[in-house]
Design a protein around this ligand. Structure first.
Ligand SMILES: NC(=O)c1ccc[n+]([C@@H]2O[C@H](COP(=O)([O-])OP(=O)(O)OC[C@H]3O[C@@H](n4cnc5c(N)ncnc54)[C@H](O)[C@@H]3O)[C@@H](O)[C@H]2O)c1
Length: 378
């Protein structure tokens, strides 16, 4: 049994903690929880008597003998807490995003470079979605050929003014280091970079539509890769929203919309069709295109609705610890830097009103963010 603790038992952390206590996470024991809010700790420990409560994460790490810690605090504290754990050889599973700036995130990745025995993972639960897993397979094994075009529309994370008025750290530069991109889209941007890699250049247009917040809730970005472009559109104010990923290649196409995936594998690559064609348009080779479907899966949907997709990542983290196999981790902490780099690049491009080269100038981003924070009136 691996002894776990959860730091930050708000909305998400309390769910993680309950999943461990209730045995949804196999081979794990919830030893303790920690939250700066004493009342939350009191309620949790009163409900689950065997769990110890702390209000200071340093005391928790110093006093408990832990195999792993789940960090589910607001974004700005992820790195500080993760570094404290890693320095003391405690394995960590960090909620998304890894941090607010890539400059800060690299403090953790540099440390992990020295502490190679420590397991550090990211909560990128959307990587467990089997449609994305299928897409990764189809891209990696060459089934759809070379990528030619990517479009990702993510406008289904609807958030009301009521949500923002609940206050706290959300949707402010000082509280969470951004808006829609860093809070919601970090998941899709992780999936995107996991599937198609990182672009060479990013140009983005970020704005706030229809809400009284200081950060963006509406984004259109163009990610320029060496051989193709990707258009990424996201917002949290549209009804009804869309969640659609299209990846078109020289030999086929992947379309994922919400819970359904359709993929097409052409009988012949487009360049061959073009070379052989003896007419001006239309294509009889279309008939040789194989069309297949894949779905989220009813039982998966049910499990994820009850326990949260995140339970899959916690189980994977514990499996990796149990078997002492880092290679089976679904997302290593170091991989959290890429989605954050995309987010920072989009914000920076929008502020500077120009395209930015990747990797971005980390120091410039940090100083621009400090200016945003200084100018923010909440
Ligand atoms: N993976 C997902 O799908 C998913 C979904 C929602 C939230 N999240 C992430 O989970 C994290 C928490 O989000 P939330 O919605 O639960 O927020 P929340 O505000 O409900 O909870 C955060 C908790 O952390 C506590 N806290 C703050 N600073 C602390 C510190 N230094 N030490 C101990 N406790 C501290 C707060 O008191 C609060 O109870 C964020 O990183 C968020 O992005 C992930």
């Amino acid at each position: 049994m691996k002894r776990l603790a959860v730091i930050g038992i708000g909305r998400m952390g309390s769910r993680h903690a309950r999943n461990v206590v209730k045995g949804v996470v196999k081979n794990a024991l919830l030893t303790a929880v920690c939250d700066t809010d004493k009342a939350k700790v009191g309620v949790f420990c009163a409900t689950y008597g065997s769990v110890k409560g702390y209000t200071d994460y340093k005391k928790l790490i110093d006093e408990e003998k832990l195999d792993g810690v789940i960090i589910a605090t607001p974004h700005t504290s992820h790195i500080e807490i993760a570094k404290y754990c890693v320095e003391r050889d405690v394995n960590v599973l960090v909620e998304k995003p890894i941090s607010v700036t890539t400059k800060e995130a690299e403090e953790l990745t540099d440390l992990l470079d020295k502490k190679r025995e420590v397991f550090a993972a990211m909560m990128f639960n959307q990587r467990t979605n089997r449609m994305y897993l299928k897409a990764k397979e189809l891209i990696s094994d060459g089934s759809i050929g070379e990528i030619q075009r990517v479009n990702f529309i993510v406008t289904d994370w609807y958030r009301t003014q009521f949500y923002y008025n609940m206050g706290g750290w959300r949707a402010s530069w000082s509280g969470e280091g951004g808006g829609t991109l860093i809070n919601q889209c970090v998941h899709q941007l992780d999936v995107l970079q996991w599937l198609i890699g990182m672009p060479q250049k990013v140009e983005a247009f970020c704005k706030c539509v229809g809400r009284d917040i200081t950060t963006e809730n509406d984004v259109t970005a163009i990610l320029r890769y060496r051989d193709f472009d990707c258009v990424f559109t996201a917002s949290t104010h549209e009804l009804p929203g869309t969640n659609r990923l299209e990846i078109a290649g020289t030999k086929g196409k992947i379309v994922i919309e919400k819970f359904k995936m359709t993929y097409y594998i052409n009988g012949m690559s487009e360049s061959e069709v073009n070379a052989r064609a003896l007419k001006d348009y239309g294509n009889k080779e279309d008939k040789k295109t194989v069309k297949r479907r894949c779905s989220y899966g009813f039982l998966r949907m049910l499990y994820d609705a009850i326990y949260g997709q995140q339970a899959r990542i916690i189980n994977n983290f514990v499996d990796a610890l149990q078997t002492n196999r880092k290679d089976i981790l679904i997302a290593k902490a170091e991989e959290g830097v890429n989605s954050l780099a995309l987010i920072n690049a989009m914000n920076m491009s929008s502020w500077l009103e120009r395209a930015v080269d990747m990797p971005i100038d980390k120091d410039l981003y940090s100083s621009l963010l400090s200016e945003k924070i200084a100018g923010e009136q909440l």
